[in-house]
Design a protein around this ligand. Structure first.
Ligand SMILES: Cc1cc2nc3c(=O)[nH]c(=O)nc-3n(C[C@H](O)[C@H](O)[C@H](O)COP(=O)(O)OP(=O)(O)OC[C@H]3O[C@@H](n4cnc5c(N)ncnc54)[C@H](O)[C@@H]3O)c2cc1C
Length: 397
């Protein structure tokens, strides 16, 4: 059996040898997902046969069960490819759903939903945000589940449900008791996507691209959807607490994936800078302005990595709740670094940078949202600043 560092080394090697494939990357970015999926599935089979499948998942479910901090490093390695996480079955939102079901699912839920998810036989999604309410306030929603005998009857309107197209089930956040205190009103309930009353209205066009299959974000309607009460995850009213528990590690995973993107952007920029000649024998790399862009990116990425790993260590040692300031700090800081590093990389590449001949423009389009999802910058900055100011008496009255 591999040690965690052996597994990490083998995963890094697989990424550079098998995933950084310019043709496959261009096809993934420009063709419908369903046309590229057979090639990605072949890579998934290879990963399984190498014993590297689902690095975050327990061994009892067929995964590698890597320690949290090693998996953070894995996330950076996989982030260098737009489909790295998918090929290893640790893509969002399935990865978070697996963690949730493993920690809080009933025995029956684990057999029916977690096991096939961990095998990669099905996909899933997570429906919390509603078009009619500010997603930044997670206790503000109107989707309802009303108890009727042994069932819940669910009505709601959600959007930005990532990966809904082709998913076998969603975990929906719904109000189960509107009279409870705000943080105890909602529950998380498993809804099969083929249940009567579930409609995937559309794949939302994001930066000009609606897409199909896994890399999509859908608008969803739930009209009188009936599911057994046993589909609820955890206690009634525990939805908000479960969501918070999921988001701490989730932000570490996003942060490390973003750093993988940054490393790839720096690598592509350096390669281009030494090969693109401004005049015979004089590459772009001679220009101090280009050198400074590379150095700025290097410094920001290295600083960002220390922040993410420090937050991951805090979660490991003290739990998610005690680490929330560190998590908020990395969330807004690293999302900003990602945006700036991609922007510089595109600048270094000139016109090539805005084409889909490299993955830079794809990431620039799709990762603009990093400053919005899992809590916009402003929300995280407020969390951090309020705690800083508390030490000076702010908010005491
Ligand atoms: C690509 C992508 C994927 C997503 N995937 C999912 C998913 O799978 N499942 C899911 O349920 N949701 C998903 N979301 C939704 C995401 O969680 C929400 O977009 C996010 O919570 C923000 O909510 P909102 O869009 O309603 O913005 P709003 O809450 O309407 O906020 C709008 C803006 O107001 C400002 N703002 C908000 N609050 C404050 C504040 N307290 N102080 C100062 N300024 C503030 C911010 O600038 C913010 O961007 C996804 C979103 C995107 C873009």
């Amino acid at each position: 059996m591999d040690t965690p560092s052996d597994a990490l080394a083998r995963i890094r090697a697989f990424v550079s040898e098998r995933l950084l494939d310019a043709t496959l990357e261009r096809d993934f970015i420009t063709l419908p997902f369903r046309e590229v999926q057979p090639r990605l599935d072949a890579l998934r089979a290879e990963v399984k046969s190498l014993g590297l499948w689902a690095p975050q998942v327990p061994r009892s479910l067929g995964g590698l069960e890597l320690p949290f901090l090693t998996f953070a490093r894995v996330g950076e390695a996989l982030g260098q490819s737009p489909f790295g996480h998918y090929v290893f079955n640790c893509q969002a939102p399935d990865s978070g759903n697996m963690e949730l079901l493993h920690a809080h699912g009933s025995a029956a839920q684990k057999v029916q939903w977690l096991e096939p998810l961990a095998r990669g036989d099905i996909r899933s999604c997570f429906a919390m945000t509603e078009p009619g309410h500010a997603g930044s306030n997670p206790v503000f929603m109107s989707s309802r589940a009303i108890r009727d005998g042994d069932d819940y009857v669910i009505d709601g309107h959600k959007w930005f449900t990532s990966g809904a197209d082709g998913a076998a089930f969603t975990i929906i956040m719904v109000v189960t008791d509107p009279d409870a205190p705000p943080h105890a009103r909602a529950s998380q309930v498993i809804v099969p996507m083929d249940a009567p009353g579930v409609t995937r209205v559309r794949n939302i066009s994001v930066m000009g691209h609606a897409g199909d299959g896994w890399p999509t974000h859908s608008e969803m309607r739930f009209d009188g959807v009936r599911v057994p009460v046993t589909n609820r995850i955890g206690d009634e009213g525990a939805g908000f607490a479960l969501a918070q528990e999921r988001l701490g590690p989730g932000r570490i995973h996003h942060g490390m994936r973003w750093l993988g993107i940054c490393e790839r952007a720096i690598d592509l920029s350096c390669r281009y800078a030494v090969s693109r000649e401004l005049s015979p024998g004089h590459p772009l790399a001679e220009q101090q302005a280009v050198q400074h862009m590379l150095a700025d990116s290097r410094a920001e990425v290295d600083a960002a990595r220390l922040l993410v790993l420090d937050a991951a260590q805090q979660i490991d040692a003290n739990g998610v709740h005690a680490s929330r300031d560190a998590v908020s700090t990395l969330k807004f800081f690293v999302a900003g670094v990602l945006q700036r590093v991609l922007d510089r990389a595109i600048q270094v590449h000139g016109a090539l940078g805005v084409t889909d001949d490299t993955p830079l423009a794809f990431w620039y389009r799709h990762e603009r949202a990093a400053r919005i999802y899992d809590g916009p910058d402003e929300v995280h900055k407020t969390v951090v600043a309020k705690r800083m100011l508390k030490a000076y008496g702010f908010g005491a009255r």
